[in-house]
Design a binder for this molecule. Structure first.
Ligand SMILES: [Zn+2]
Length: 226
């Protein structure tokens, strides 16, 4: 669950993240009574059709994210991942893979995985699900496999020196390797990675550009990261 907002009487509007996408519903269940309906909790809910919005009938707690709620930095990135998800997968559309990605990412963030690695991983996995992943194996323009030292958001990924044009950013072999690794790694492999901090930082800069090009509204989460 992301958000809770009072409505009239004793009702509240809740924003839920579900395998069927974002779902807004009305609750008459008092949070004081249940103690469950707090933002960033994982719930099992039973809903019924209402006049305009679904109505929450029953709720039970699946898990809380105490590691996120007690660490401002992690809480910030949890908010970012939820908003990235809203931008990338808007509306009520069944998408189990996207839901699973969000759950895995929040679980790992809560468990203490390096935030820069995890956020980069989650961004690349979201783009893969959207079918718009950046291309790092070949030059986007000519298909060459070697000498890929440049990166352009507008072009869609790595570029060779002959195709770089203007505005491309430098892509070192180590950063390209790191981004390729993030694209295909499982979370288990990610947890065992040993990248150099400067490689991670350079990868973040390229991915921030990419994300902001696709979803400019996420600027408020990333501006301190650039
Ligand atoms: Zn080329």
């Amino acid at each position: 669950m992301l958000r809770r907002q009072p409505l009239r009487d004793t009702q509240e509007l809740l924003v839920l993240f579900t395998p069927r996408g974002r779902l807004d519903c009305v609750s008459r269940i008092s949070s004081k009574r249940t103690g469950l309906l707090e933002p960033l909790t994982c719930l099992r809910v039973h809903l019924r059709h209402g006049r305009s919005l679904a109505v929450l009938e029953e709720v039970s707690l699946e898990r809380t994210y105490s590691g996120l709620l007690t660490d401002y930095d992690r809480l910030h990135w949890a908010g970012y991942l939820l908003n990235l998800w809203l931008e990338a997968f808007p509306g009520e559309i069944e998408n189990n893979d996207a839901y699973r990605l969000l759950r895995l990412s929040l679980d790992s963030l809560d468990a203490g995985l390096e935030t820069d690695w995890l956020v980069s991983w989650c961004e690349l996995q979201s783009m893969r699900l959207l079918g718009s992943a950046p291309q790092f194996r070949r030059c986007v323009r000519c298909g060459a496999e070697g000498d890929l030292d440049w990166f352009s958001v507008e072009a869609g990924g790595a570029l060779c020196s002959a195709c770089r044009g203007t505005g491309a950013r430098e892509l070192t072999p180590l950063v390209r390797e790191w981004l390729l690794f993030l694209q295909r790694a499982s979370l288990l492999k990610l947890a065992g990675a040993q990248p150099q901090p400067e490689t991670v930082r350079a990868g973040r800069e390229l991915l921030c550009d990419w994300v902001l090009y696709a979803f400019p509204r996420l600027h408020r989460f990333l501006k301190g990261d650039l």
